[in-house]
Design a protein around this ligand. Sequence first.
Ligand SMILES: [Zn+2]
Length: 132
Amino acid sequence: MRAAVRGPVSPGRWTAGARPKQDEQGRWQRNGESAKSELNAATLRSALGKTNAFSTCKALRAGKRCLTVSAQHSSQDCAAYGHFYRDSRPTQAALVCPRCGYQDSADANASRVIAQRGVDEVLAGSCRERDR
Ligand SMILES: [Zn+2]
């Protein structure tokens, strides 16, 4: 079986406003709301729904099944052995597994974790065929 595996596309969750911040005395601090607002607007302008529909269409035309799996902790799970540590990201861009020493870019690691989750679902027979 050939398949395209992805995490869920949910821009509504990605575009939540910045949380207010207070210091120890209860005074309000800068929270980057204006920068977050611009990022949210750019995310919504990017037409993620259409990108999702087009990639699904292309996968189906190529004879692949489309699987959607959970993306939770995919950038913190170790793609080599599945170890999970909250402090596995020394920088935003890198993953270093504290247990086995596996190193990769955070994005590449997350894509491998998501692909493996798709394989696991197929092998377990629990995959849902969402897109025909
Ligand atoms: Zn590891």
